[in-house]
Design a protein around this ligand. Structure first.
Ligand code: 4NP
Length: 155
């Protein structure tokens, strides 16, 4: 059974699609499945934001196949690890948790880069392209550490 990892932001069009693409590129696809979702319903069914697509392409990643969907309590049953991009996403995810085991699956994605600090990946939606470049760099660095830990733990 592959290990399943879910990246979660608000709209599922800017940050978590990048996080999904970046982490998937660092893990063997026969052992790990990476997906993403948004806590909000605004963009269900849409492709990632063009600025995320462009940023991913600059680094050789294709995220155009992704379609936004909303996070639901069923995701606690389907996924082994759930990563929030910011504190607001984290709180919204935790509100849907039913058990302690559900809650233990959830962490802040930047806690691999800044352990225990619960740092937010800033929402780049209302900003410029350079915000997306910064989000990419943060996610790439934290996912590098996360991927090594996942591979060590599950091999
Ligand atoms: P994301 O960015 O959570 O990184 O996908 C956002 C996208 C859309 C909105 C907010 C954040 N919005 O309010 O529509």
């Amino acid at each position: 059974m592959p290990v399943k990892i879910l990246m979660v932001c608000l709209g599922n069009i800017c940050r978590s699609p990048l996080a999904e693409g970046i982490l998937a590129s660092k893990l063997p696809s026969d052992k790990f499945i990476v997906d993403s979702a948004g806590t909000g319903a605004y963009h269900i069914g849409k492709q990632p934001d063009m600025r995320s697509i462009t940023t991913a392409q600059k680094h050789g990643l294709n995220i155009t196949y992704q379609k936004a969907r909303q996070f639901s309590s069923k995701d606690f049953d389907d996924f082994d690890y759930i990563f929030a991009m910011d504190n607001s996403n984290y709180d919204n995810i935790m509100e849907l948790a039913k058990t302690e085991a559900d809650k233990e699956k959830v962490d802040m994605i930047l806690n691999y880069l800044f352990p225990g600090e619960n740092v937010d990946v800033p929402d780049p939606y209302y900003g410029l392209q350079n915000g997306f470049d910064m989000v990419y760099e943060m996610l790439d660095e934290t996912c590098e550490i996360l991927a090594q830990k996942l591979i060590e733990k599950h091999s």
